[in-house]
Structure formats: C-alpha cells, structure tokens
Design a protein around this ligand. Structure first.
Ligand code: F6R
Length: 243
C-alpha cells in the first residue's frame, strides 16, 4: 500500500483529484468507481475546477458508484444519486447516461444487484475505485461481520453507521437502515484503489487498516492484499500510524 500524508483536508483533496485526473488523462474512456460521503466532497470540487480549466475531460468517462440507500429515490436530497449529481455530475462534462448508481427503489433488489455487477463486467471493470472509510472499517457498505460478500448485495447498516448517517436526516426514523452496496469482490477487482480519509476521528481505523491484521471485522483490511492501493490521508488521520 502506498500511503501519502498531506497537511490538511484541502491538500488531501487536491492530491486525490490529481490521481483521478491522471487515470482519466491516460485513458479518456475509463471507468471510475466513485464514493459519496463527506470525505470526497473536496476532491469533487477539485475535479470540477480541473474540468473547468480544461485539464481533465470527462466526456468519454463512465462512472459506477459504490452504493445507494434502499427506499430513497434519486430525487431525495439524501440519496447518493442526488449527492453525485449535485456534488459532481451537474458541474462536469460527463454524459449522465453513463453514470451508474444502484437503484434503491427497485422491487427486485437481487436482480438489480446482479445487473449492476454484469454492467461493471461489460464495461471491462473499474480502472480506479475511490473509497472513503467508515469509523468501523466499512468500505462501501460492507460492514464488519463474520462473513463478507463478493458481489453487489443488499445489506443492513451497522448501528454505528446509522448513527453516523443520522447527521444528514431530521430524525433517526428517517435514516435508511438498508443499502445496496458493491461487494468486496467487486471493489478488489478494480485495477487501482484510492482510499481517502481525514480528521482525528479516522485516525484509529486508518492505523488498523495500515498496520493491523486482515479481519472480516475490519472489511477495509482486505485492501492489504490488493496490488495497487493508494491511501491519501491528512496529518490528523495519519496521527496514530506507528511506523
Ligand atoms: C459512501 C461509502 C461509505 C463512506 C464512509 C465514510 O459511498 O461507501 O463507505 O465512504 O461511510 O463516510 P464519510 O466520508 O462521510 O466519513
């Protein structure tokens, strides 16, 4: 794993955006695996700037997102489709019909998951997968558990995740308890992985990810066996790494 420590959130976001822009510039019709959450907001702002300055062109890019809440339509302000449109897609020259986010409203979730994985395969796989990390070590919504899943699947969210997500909803009742998420197999098949994290709150899990054992209780730890992982963190998130 390549670990890059940047001074602060802005520097982390800039550096991560450069990594993604490099992939797009080397392969204009690449497949980007994207994530939502607070962590990538700055990175997406950087990508928007790079696109406006004509330093990166998304016109031939396809994107696939990691996850979506079950029960929220793409118009719901807390859905991940809405997040992606408002934080990135509406502001860059990507063809929206080539941006894929799991559909959280489908009746047949199993079929949706199967189709999602088939689509990624048909696209030739993901060139770079962007990841955030949950305080509990989840990536996508692959939560700590006795078992991990290969493919895209329906998952219940961990209590700590529901709690963390509640900051975006008016009441606890409104926080979705289920999501469709890409599985760890899907994530691990990406040619490159870029994980970003910032702030003191992520320091403990980043130290475990980088220096701890591989365990299903820390789903992100499986990244230790991927051949091309870059972790970009700010100093606060790196503060508990020993070596
Ligand atoms: C989001 C996702 C999650 C987040 C993680 C960190 O698509 O898959 O795994 O990356 O929960 O969220 P933030 O960035 O809000 O701390």
């Amino acid at each position: 794993m390549r670990i890059i420590v940047e001074k602060n959130y802005e520097a982390m976001s800039k550096r991560a955006a450069e990594e993604i822009a490099k992939v797009v510039n080397n392969k204009p019709n690449c497949v980007l695996g994207l994530a939502t959450g607070s962590t990538p907001e700055g990175l997406y702002k950087e990508l928007i700037s790079l696109n406006k300055e004509e330093k990166v062109d998304f016109s031939k890019v396809t994107s696939v997102n990691l996850d979506e809440y079950v029960g929220l339509s793409g118009e719901h302000p807390q859905s991940y489709r809405y997040f992606m449109n408002t934080n990135l897609f509406n502001h860059i020259n990507i063809d929206k019909s080539r941006t894929f986010v799991p559909n959280g409203l489908v009746k047949d979730i199993e079929e949706e998951c199967k189709r999602y994985d088939e689509r990624i395969n048909e696209l030739g796989g993901i060139d770079i997968q962007l990841l955030g990390i949950g305080n509990n070590g989840h990536i996508g919504f692959n939560e700590p558990s006795e078992f991990l899943y290969m493919g895209t699947h329906l998952t219940g969210l961990a209590e700590s995740t529901i709690e963390a997500n509640s900051r975006f909803f008016d009441s606890m009742d409104e926080v979705p308890k289920k999501a469709i998420t890409m599985g760890l197999g899907g994530i691990m098949k990406a040619k490159k992985i870029l994980l970003i994290a910032n702030g003191e709150k992520k320091a403990e899990i980043i130290a475990k990810l980088v220096e701890g054992k591989i365990s299903t209780q820390i789903p992100a730890s499986i990244l230790q066996v991927h051949h091309d992982v870059t972790i970009i963190v700010d100093e606060a998130a790196a503060s508990l790494i020993k070596k």
